[in-house]
Design a protein around this ligand. Structure first.
Ligand SMILES: *Cc1c(COP(=O)(O)O)cnc(C)c1O
Length: 413
């Protein structure tokens, strides 16, 4: 075994090398930092800014870097940022000039994009569940790309968004995803074929097919069966004179939580290999809709320890209560699905097992109980903790003030 010092030296050399590489490449800073770590910019902001409520700090350079990394991994695709992951105007404003498109799910999200100067032809309406008034509003504003997954939705679109481009979402297996999307969206491929045929008869433009393999999808090979299904469908549709010109392969690209995730390049390679295998010679335009991958690793939440306690004399497992919980931004800890990494001022010292909980008077507001989580024994009320890779699905999920706790504040720097 290597001595600790030798090991430190090797790590030190690697950091040096990484730094040199980072300087040699173009954009500054974020590349010098491992995926999902606290950037120098965020560290400086937190050091200079006293914060007395939980706050999400987003490093916009990391957002840009994440977007450009995906563009490099999947250069033949059009990227639609799923703004539900983090609708901060600064994020949209950073992405728009880079050529990004936007996937929206409501009138509010469409209006937000338009108010920030995003042109309607850069906006897709990706929700398959829309009110008539919402469709009419989007159409009036110039949006011409809509998702659907049912006959009734198709009829609404034909009436209220005549002539628009529509794509049908199909159900796919979400195995391998930490945040699966179940059966709520999509229909079976055989129904989708009928609906796309009907779309043409209703005067709409049936451009293609979409699917989503589940959020925080940690297995790059999960796109393969879905792409194979889409290719089969497009053969049948071609026989009916409908050319699949667009394949929307959804989001699902990961952030860095407790376990390591494959590099984006692995996703790009696996997806393009599947596309070449199944769509050889008749490649449709490909859309991706990343949410989590664009913003997740760019954000850090600073929170505070409110109480550390035991439930019995001599209990080894402590309860640690933070001033942030399920209702104020950490909703993805439901079923302990997303396991965030946590930094404390005492890291490196002796640690012991804990249950981590939020501050509200609702027992659902327990974050990790089954998860094997250890925190330093020195941790005490008043300590600030950092919850890493929390840029996605946190501020947007925060309630307006359950139990009198303020919603999660976002600062973009
Ligand atoms: C939520 C959503 C996305 C983004 O998913 P991520 O897993 O965050 O990348 C993309 N497309 C649609 C239709 C969605 O509903």
């Amino acid at each position: 075994m290597r001595s600790a010092r030798a090991k430190k030296q090797v790590v030190g050399d690697r950091v040096q090398q990484a730094r040199r590489r980072a300087i040699a490449l173009v954009p500054p800073q974020p590349q010098a930092v491992a995926q999902g770590e606290v950037t120098a910019k965020i560290a400086r902001y937190l050091a200079d800014t006293p914060l007395n409520a939980p706050t999400l700090v987003i490093d916009l350079d990391v957002v840009e870097h994440a977007y450009l990394s995906l563009r490099r991994a999947l250069p033949l695709t059009k990227i639609y940022y799923a703004i539900k992951a983090n609708p901060a105007p600064e994020v949209i404003q950073r992405l728009a000039p880079l050529g990004c498109y936007f996937d929206t799910a409501s009138q509010g999200e469409i209006d937000l994009c338009l108010s920030l100067g995003v042109a309607p032809d850069r906006i897709g309406y990706g929700n398959t569940i829309k009110k008539r008034s919402e469709i009419a509003h989007a159409f009036a504003k110039g949006v011409r790309l809509f998702a659907f997954d049912s006959q009734a939705e198709l009829e609404k679109l034909a009436e209220l968004a005549p002539g628009s481009q529509v794509f049908c979402r199909v159900l796919v297996d979400c195995a391998g995803a930490d945040w699966p999307l179940s059966k709520k969206f999509g229909c079976t491929p055989r129904l989708a074929i009928e609906l796309l045929t009907r779309a043409r008869d209703l005067g709409l433009d049936p451009v293609g097919i979409s699917f989503h393999v589940g959020s925080q999808q940690t297995d790059p090979s999960r796109w393969e069966p879905a792409i194979a299904t889409a290719a089969e469908m497009s053969k049948t549709l071609a026989e009916r004179g409908i050319e699949v010109r667009l394949l929307n392969i959804g989001g699902g690209f990961p952030s860095r939580y407790r376990t390591e995730v494959p590099a984006l390049e692995a996703y790009g390679k696996a997806i393009m290999a599947s596309m070449n295998r199944h769509f050889a010679g008749r490649m449709p335009e490909i859309i991706v809709e990343p949410g989590r991958q664009v913003v997740g690793d760019a954000g850090v939440i600073q929170a505070e320890v409110v109480l550390v306690s035991e439930k019995d004399i001599g209990d080894e497992k402590r309860w640690v209560y933070l001033d942030i919980g399920k209702f104020s931004g950490l909703a993805e800890t439901i079923d302990e699905a997303i396991k965030y990494r946590i930094k404390t001022p005492h890291d490196g010292g002796p640690a012991g097992p804990v249950v981590l909980a939020g501050p509200s008077c609702d027992s659902v507001d327990t974050l990790y109980e089954k998860t094997d989580l250890k925190l330093p024994l020195a941790l005490t009320a008043g300590d600030k903790v950092l919850i890493l890779s929390t840029g996605a699905y946190t501020s947007a999920y925060s309630s307006v003030g359950f139990n009198g706790f303020p919603p999660l504040k976002t600062v973009c720097i």
